[in-house]
Design a protein around this ligand. Sequence first.
Ligand code: HEM
Length: 451
Amino acid sequence: MIQYYEDFRTQPLLKLWVGPLPILILYHADTVEVILSSSKHIQKSYPYKFLHPWLGTGLLTSTGEKWRTRRKMITPTFHFTILADFLEVMNEQANILVENLEKHVDKEPFDCFLDITLCALDIICETAMGKKVGAQNNKDSEYVRAVSKMSDLIEHRQKSPWLWADLTYPMFQEGREHTRSLKILHTFTDNVIAEKSCEINNQEQHKTDSDGNYEQSGPKKRRAFLDMLLNATDDKGNKLSYMDIREEVDTFMFEGHDTTAAALNWAIYLLGCHPEIQKKVQSELDEVFGNSDRPVTMDDLKKLRYLECVVKEALRLFPSVPNFARTTSEDCHIRGFKIPKGTDVLICTYVLHRDPEIFPNPEEFRPERFFPENCSGRHPYAYVPFSAGPRNCIGQRFAQVEEKAVLANILRRFCVETSQKQEELGVVAELILRPNNGIWIQLKRRRACMS
Ligand code: HEM
């Protein structure tokens, strides 16, 4: 699709056969809007089924009433004040990343993809589960390896119809690896949830003992999504069951790290290609932080407006989730064509974001496209890296905070350079848009490259 989109862009829509499955592909703002704005077409397509063994039917994969109730229960866990708590974790992990990057200063080009991914993984483990896995300093963690193995296995299974049948999948080597990885992933989350519920029970006990006047002693403990899930209730006051909680924790682990890791990598690559844009980001950082190396605050993030445009423009060119899919729940019409109920529809953001009518010279990296005056009047469905409508990404603000915080920490210390050409990246659009050949950069210390 990436290679041939120029050939089919002028067509109103496209039908693609994936093995026995016909898929309708949409890549224009007005056609995408029909599906995304609807509160009816919220069911995910068949290939999402391969996420079920790991994620169950959590927020990403569920549908109907189950999804609606969960979405309502989980939305408050992404509140601004909670994100401010999470920013502390992001700063701490970004600091470890920056220290790890130090050893590359003034050296040969190196591939930064893994360093960045492990940082994103450490952030999500600590914010979702309240558990430090130390992935950045312990690249051999069994859990970390299982997360990345599982994502690869799911991606490959989705594209290989001969691996689809549950009955025969375990006969393939991949099916057996799937079973092994699944066991590691679920055992890990099971243990963390058990530890957390035990902690909460102890605290409750303490509360009753002291007549309800319990105050936690010792240093303030950070909240994690898991703590909030253990306490969340629906409209009728029902709590989530153990399995419900595991589904959601696993979903955050999956959706919450590969996506931000890819987005960070693409942003770094683009800044490396465009030193003049990088300089503008660094001037803005200097205005906000001066010479100080203090942690980034939510107030700082508000002031980093140019960096925000850089992050948005990088997600336009390289949307971490290059495709996502729905099954239509009733007949509808798109550009005069009748689309029957039950059709699998793929929204291709990679192509949508390159519409020259909306983004002139679409291949050029121009953060100015996202200055408020340049966005006004733009079709609301022309740019949807986080999807849009009722089933948009619940982690959008979390991701934006993380991206800005990590990039700010890196660019306050270093200048990034790259001579890697776009055609050398090996861009692949799987579950996530990845550079198959890695992101090769060189680092210089700020003082040396700004003088
Ligand atoms: C740059 C980073 C991110 C991007 C580009 C992104 C993009 C998306 C997209 C396109 C969807 C819709 C998927 C679909 O319809 O199948 C989605 C859904 C979702 N995302 Fe994200 N995401 C990012 C980060 C995160 C983070 C950090 C979290 C959690 C901490 C998260 C949690 C979720 C969840 C739970 C859903 C399902 C929401 C629902 O269906 O109600 N995402 N994301």
